[in-house]
Every structure is written in C-alpha cells, then in structure tokens.
Design a protein around this ligand. Structure first.
Ligand SMILES: Cc1ncc(COP(=O)(O)O)c(C=O)c1O
Length: 391
C-alpha cells in the first residue's frame, strides 16, 4: 500500500459508525462539517486493519493479559522514533491517557493540593484535578502577536511557592501547537525539582512534530526526576482512539505500583484484546503510514495558512510546530465568543471552542482539526471565513 497524497486525499466515509466527530447527537446537526474533536478522517494503516481482522476470525474473545510483546512493541517504537530508551517493566498499560492523568493526580497528591497546568490546555486536565478534590493552579502560557506561546516560569514559581505538589505538562502542547524545546523543558524540570514538586507529561501528540522542530521526550533529559511519569499512546498517532489503549511510563517502581493499584481499585485495567492487537501492529509495522501522514499534514498546514491569509487576514494562527490542531485567534474581528459560535453554527462548520481549553485564555479562539482530506479542510475554512465575514 502506498501512503501517498492520493491515499490521504480519499479520506474515509464514517457514516453509521457512531463517530463522535460526525454523529454525536448533542453536537452535530445535519450538514455540519466537523473539524473539531481530535481524530482524523483517514483510513488507518493496513497492518492494523489486518491484525484486527485476523484476531476477530478466532472466535473466542475471553479474558486476555498484556503480554511481553505488547510492552516490547511500545519500547521498540519509542527507541526507533524518539531515541528514548526505557525498559518494558517501566510501562504500565492503561485504557486511556485521561485515566492515566486521573490516576497520577490521585496517587501523587493529597486532597486539597494544588496542581499546576498551563492554559489554554486540553480540557480534561482541569477536570482531572477538580473532580478529585485538588486545586487547579493555572500558569497561563504567554503569547506574542504572532500567536507563538511560551511558558511563564514566574507564574509557575508563584504556584510552587504557594505549595503546588504536581504539574501536568502537555508535551507537545494541545491546543497551541508548541513542541517544547530542550531548554524550555530543562528550565521547567529544574524549577519543579527546586520545590520538590512532581511532574506528569502527557505525550500523546509526540509523533506529530514537524521538521525542523524535534520532539523532546521528558524522560530524555538527564535532569528529569526518576519519579516523573509520561503518558504515551498509539491512539492519536495511528488514529485508533476508539480502541482505547495507552501507557504510563515511569522509571520509579513505587510510582508505577501506586498507579496500578489505583486503576485496579477503579476497575480500569488494560486488556482489551483488539486494542492490544491493533496497538502492537501500529507500533511494529506502520512507520510508512505515519511518515506519509506527516508529509500530508504539512501540506494541510500550508493550505490552511494560505486560505486564512486570503480570506481571513486578521485571524492569527499559532505557528504549527506540532499536533494536527491549529489554534486560531479570531479576536481581531471584534465579535464576542458566543457570537462567533452562533455564526459557525449558522454556516455549518464545527471547531473545538477555545473555551474548552480555558474560559479566559481560550476566549475568542477556535481549534481547527486539520487531520482530514484537503477538500474537507478547504471547505471547512471557507465556511469559517464566510461566518466571520458575514454582515
Ligand atoms: C493532550 C491530550 N491528552 C489526552 C487525550 C485523550 O486521550 P485518551 O483518549 O487516551 O484519554 C487527548 C485527546 O485529544 C489529548 O489531546
């Protein structure tokens, strides 16, 4: 199979599959074009499909354990793609990254503790903290007029002085598309260490970093504490999020034991036959699909920038270093957030509301998912332009 432009251009019809992006009844009305929730409208790599079909043909689907080969596929992929070495026993298999985040908050902090995040950031970071009775300590990212975001170390330090015990990092960052540099991460790690605060790094978007930028795994820094956890998944990378499989990786045995105990108590253990089979195939045999995808997404970035500069010149798109999600600042159009939402609804296009990532820091912003065929992206951005230019 050739994973070229023609392959990605054809996309895939998801009608009738209960795809949240296309069919969620509370979000999607008739004829709305979805460029919102973070999955992609592409066929997955052929080895994944074949592995699933082959396993499905064996007509017994009883309890299954996570095998050595599952952990080896994970370690092999990270070694090959990111030059990061860890041992199979450093990994704990989880159903989802969000389950991992919640387990980290519960086991690394006490009720009432402060947990630092950097808004605008993936919405469930907030709920993972609030739902478990911890306190959100937001150190909002700073940005310049080009939409380039950086960390606010002073704000982080203020929270550390106030007693924050944990930080959840999004590396690379959803939604602002930053691939954090080695220097930025090192400064962060050293700061947290100074105050003995712990770190969880959500690296689900690790595989979407575009040259010349490079993805820097948090565990690759020699300064990183041994009890740092990073969360990894093949789900975004290979577009298999519906299967629900991820992993927490930590070089500290006790931390992993605590996470495993928490997940066991909540009945949220890994072991879905199809998730494991597909994830193994993804990690072992789909690099060509991923490379083709990254090339295609780079083209989508160019298309997105071009249409916006022609049709919506006052919109500011943050530099797209990472993820397949563009962070678009629409504030220069002088509409309030609800008005923008209403216009998008009328023009039948759906993005993720900036407010999902921060009530204040996301106000006036939309996140555009450009992981789709170019024709779809072109139509979606044209609808955005019509909505904003109306009247
Ligand atoms: C930063 C980040 N973490 C976690 C997730 C969700 O992962 P999961 O479905 O494994 O919980 C997403 C999905 O968009 C995400 O962007």
């Amino acid at each position: 199979m050739q994973y070229n432009e023609a392959f990605f251009d054809q996309g895939i019809d998801r009608t009738g599959t209960n795809a949240v992006k296309w069919e969620a009844p509370e979000v999607m009305a008739e004829g709305v074009l979805p460029l919102w929730i973070a999955d992609m409208d592409f066929r997955c790599a052929e080895p994944i499909r074949q592995a699933l079909v082959q396993r499905a043909q064996h007509a017994c689907y009883g309890y299954t354990f996570v095998g050595d080969e599952d952990a080896r596929a994970l370690t092999g992929f990270w070694q090959r793609r990111h030059h990061l070495h860890f041992q199979p026993q450093d990994a704990l298999m989880l159903p989802t990254v969000v389950a991992g985040l919640r387990a980290c908050v519960a086991t690394m902090t006490q009720p009432g503790d402060g947990v630092i995040i950097q808004s605008p950031v993936y919405g469930p970071f907030f709920s993972a903290i609030v739902d478990s009775g911890r306190i959100v300590m937001d150190a909002p990212l700073r940005h310049d007029e080009t939409g380039y975001y950086t960390m606010d170390y002073q704000a982080i330090e203020r929270h550390l002085i106030s007693g924050a015990r944990l930080m959840i990092l999004c590396n690379p960052h959803n939604p602002v598309g930053r691939a954090w540099s080695q220097e930025e991460l090192r400064a962060l790690v050293l700061l947290l260490k100074r105050y003995r605060a712990r770190l969880v790094s959500d690296e689900i978007h690790a595989d979407f970093v575009f040259a010349p930028k490079r993805f820097i795994p948090i565990l690759s820094l020699p300064e990183t504490s041994a009890d740092t956890v990073f969360l990894a998944a093949a789900s975004k990378t290979f577009n298999i999020a519906g299967l629900k499989q991820s992993a927490a990786i930590c070089r500290d045995e006790e931390t992993l034991r605590m996470l495993a105990r928490f997940l066991h108590r909540g009945g949220a253990e890994s072991g879905n036959i199809f998730a494991l089979v597909a994830t193994q195939a993804a990690y072992n045999a789909c690099d060509d699909w991923l490379d083709g995808l990254l090339h295609y997404l780079k083209g989508n970035q160019a298309l997105l920038s071009q249409i916006l500069s022609e049709k919506l010149p006052k919109a500011v798109v943050s530099p797209m270093e990472a993820t397949y999600l563009a962070w678009v600042d629409l504030r220069a159009y002088g509409l309030d957030h609800d008005q923008i939402e209403a216009r998008l609804k009328k023009h039948k296009v759906a993005f993720t509301s900036g407010r999902f990532f921060g009530q204040v820091t996301g106000d006036g912003f939309m996140r555009v998912n450009y992981g789709c065929p170019r024709a779809q992206l072109q139509e979606g951005i044209s609808r955005l332009a019509s909505a904003m230019n109306e009247g």
